[in-house]
Design a binder for this molecule. Sequence first.
Ligand code: COA
Length: 279
Amino acid sequence: MTTYAYETVKIDIEDGIAWAMLNRPEKRNAMSPQLHDEMDDALAKLEYDPQAKVIVVCGAGGNFSAGQDLKKFFRDLDSDPAERKRSRMVANRWRWERLFNYEKPTIAMVEGYCVGGAFMQLCGCDFAFAAHEATFSLSEINWGILPASLVAKVVADMVLPRHALYYACLGDAFDGKEAERIGLITRSVPKDELRAAVVELAVKLMGKSPNALRGTKQAMRHVRGMPDPQAYDYLAEKMKASRVGDKQDSYNSGLKQFLDEKSYKPAHGAFRLKQLADE
Ligand code: COA
């Protein structure tokens, strides 16, 4: 059994759902170099932990994250460029590279503040659910910098250009409903329904073929930047790759249950998964 022992991150795994919690509530979960190291380690382990089937990135104490720690990540590292670079690379790795290519579905669950650098993991996750009452802010402009790392790019890719420019240049705070309207998040729900809505989504995801889901989410993210001829080729190869080592034998199981057994309708739900010995 994998152990997760950290100071600034808390991992709880329950019924297949891994709650990966930024855990500096007294600092509104601002991200320090230590937190980046710990989240990077936790996500690497969770990716191959059979107990964890869906990962929910969230924050302790009622906030998602107040972004980079302005003291520990910015001011304290101004005089240490080597550590600044190391920590920036770790921060970018877990918030973007790991999450963007993750083997398992990921959900950002946002309540309270989601500010600045926290937009990286918000957009890095495959799905994002927020409370109507959540507060989003691209605050960088308000303290005299621009949304760096990859924040400007991930936001520009996620929402329509007018909205991206407006919120990046003004730094105005907005709520969950507005985040849904501009396409930044998947869904906004009342605060007291947030956890249940996230669990409901996670359970639905766990009912899909893991191989087909992994291939689909990775493909949906990667094809955006591809010209058509490259996308045809990539998707054909991705399709083949998703069948390699598929314990569910998804393609054949799906066809058999529909065509021979007539036990389900693909347009209305997933085929029945096998119960595997290692689960
Ligand atoms: N970096 C470092 N410390 C932070 C922080 C950050 N990003 N965000 C909050 N904190 C600290 C505060 O300094 C304070 O520390 P203290 O108790 O030692 O004084 C503590 O967390 C609580 O913050 P506080 O401002 O008192 O809470 P609040 O609920 O009134 O306001 C915010 C919360 C998020 C609106 C406000 O803290 C804020 O604007 N933070 C900066 C967010 C930001 O611009 N992040 C972008 C970084 S890229």
